[in-house]
Design a binder for this molecule. Structure first.
Ligand code: YOG
Length: 134
């Protein structure tokens, strides 16, 4: 059975998010607010088609993609930089490469038990976020 990311996932904790945002060039005031958020993710998966909606009291972000198919990403409400992105499987993980102005940008999601993990990378910074099934 392949992994099933479907569900509502509630923020539990993050590490190094401040440094990740700094690498992305997010301004001071925005970082202060963003550090206090407890975002929720709703993931819909049908085979290799995904949508991920991340919502919070401050900003929301929505992305949809098919595994292996490049798509244009605008990162609207985040750093607003445009990327050409692609998501692939790495065993039971989904790995997104976000090609654009920022070097080594992307993210990886995987599941352990009833927890959803997210690793966010930009340049030399890696932030980890953990969510629990709602
Ligand atoms: O998720 O990439 O699930 O798109 C990272 C924020 C904070 C806005 C959120 C809003 C990067 C201010 C990642 C947070 C910092 C700070 C809730 C969403 C930029 C701006 C939206 C993300 C992937 C993987 C799917």
């Amino acid at each position: 059975m392949p992994v099933d990311f479907n569900g509502t996932w509630n923020f539990v904790r993050s590490e190094n998010f401040e440094s990740y945002m700094l690498a992305l060039g997010i301004d001071f005031a925005t970082r202060k607010i963003a550090n206090l958020l407890k975002p929720q993710k709703v993931i819909k998966q049908e085979g290799d088609s995904f949508s991920i909606s991340t919502t919070s009291t401050f900003r929301n972000y929505f992305v949809q993609f098919k595994i292996g198919e490049e798509f244009d990403e605008d990162n609207k409400g985040l750093d607003n930089r445009k990327c050409t992105s692609v998501v692939t499987w790495d065993n039971d993980k989904i790995v997104c490469v976000q090609n654009g102005e920022k070097r080594n940008r992307g993210w990886t999601h995987w599941i352990e038990g009833d927890e959803l993990y997210l690793e966010l990378c930009c340049e030399d910074q890696i932030s980890r976020q953990v969510f629990k099934r709602g």
